[in-house]
Write a new protein. Structure first.
Length: 78
């Protein structure tokens, strides 16, 4: 959200490209960390492989990780 709503306007409207550079870099690091942690949790909790696919897909949609978390909580209580 920060990348699209703050950094991109700063780059194109205010002529400040470093905002995109740093927030884009942070976004990439957090994305890779999210997927690495998902793989680690899959191994620790013995998740089926489809859960890992859901994690991967949720990462590409805005707020998808929140929907996945809600779905996962329902799965664990069932």
């Amino acid at each position: 959200m920060v990348l699209l709503s703050i950094a991109m306007p700063l780059k194109y409207l205010a002529g400040y490209p470093l905002a995109v550079k740093y927030t884009g870099w942070a976004h990439g690091v957090l994305f890779v960390a999210y997927l690495a942690l998902a793989l680690w949790v899959k191994e620790q909790e013995n998740w089926p492989f489809r859960y890992l696919i859901y994690v991967f897909l949720a990462a590409f949609f805005p707020f998808g990780t929140f929907y996945f978390d809600k779905w996962l909580k329902k799965q664990q209580t069932a």
